[in-house]
Design a protein around this ligand. Structure first.
Ligand SMILES: Cc1cc2nc3c(=O)[nH]c(=O)nc-3n(C[C@H](O)[C@H](O)[C@H](O)COP(=O)(O)O)c2cc1C
Length: 199
């Protein structure tokens, strides 16, 4: 079947993307507004893009209704700092609580029950429950697509400090079985790692 994206709705294109790009790791991004309100939100359009220096990117879309930016993006535009916290299987419930569209004045550490952990270099705290945190400084925000629902931004950040739980790391190799990362599939489906195949 050939499908011309120009003939599809935003939702149909979204379903093709999220059903094809599988599985996706989940960046739980913690940020702080210029007024000091803490925010946490999950993003699965997320990946690493450079190791020299270590650099990641993720993509907060415009909100579904109207021309409104997500709080995470607004905070990062204001402060140019954030933390990416890797999501593990046992963090799933609290992570989904952070995906609700709370007003900007709501502290999403408080509503989700996650615990803030002081960062070393940046001001926004990391998430204590996450065994791997990246403290990040903003490099660039690139607008992508239309300036409305479905359109997005690419946030590119340099990792200025890694936090890794001691029992997960040996000679800089992460024990992925111990880590138990949670991966996002399509819709409400998630999966855990298993059935490893070595080349
Ligand atoms: C597992 C998961 C992955 C998500 N990935 C993205 C994403 O990549 N981009 C995006 O714009 N929204 C994504 N969302 C939705 C946002 O988390 C949601 O809009 C959130 O309310 C944004 O919060 P904020 O306004 O506090 O930044 C995802 C939600 C979940 C549950």
């Amino acid at each position: 079947m050939l499908i011309d994206p120009a003939q599809l709705s935003i939702k149909e294109n979204y379903k093709l993307l999220t059903g094809s790009i599988l599985p996706r790791p989940i960046a739980l991004v913690s940020s702080r507004s210029e007024d000091g309100i803490l925010n946490v939100a999950p993003f699965s359009f997320f990946t690493g893009i450079s190791s020299n220096p270590p650099t990641i990117c993720f993509s907060p879309a415009w909100k579904a209704r109207g021309e409104q930016k997500k709080d995470t993006l607004v905070n990062i535009e204001q402060t140019r700092e954030f933390a990416v916290n890797m999501t593990t299987v046992d963090m799933m419930q609290k992570m989904t609580a952070c995906a609700n569209d709370y007003p900007p004045e709501v502290d999403e550490f408080e509503v989700s029950g996650f615990t803030p952990k002081q960062s070393q270099v940046v001001v926004p705290p990391c998430i204590a429950e996450s065994p791997i945190n990246f403290e990040c400084k903003l490099l660039q925000i690139v607008p992508v697509g239309r300036r409305e629902a479905g359109g997005s931004f690419l946030v590119i950040g340099e990792i200025v400090m890694f936090h890794v739980a001691d029992d997960l790391i040996d000679n800089y190799r992460i024990d992925m079985e111990k880590l138990q990362p949670l991966a996002r599939l399509a819709g409400t489906a998630y999966c855990r790692l298993g059935d490893f195949i070595h080349s």
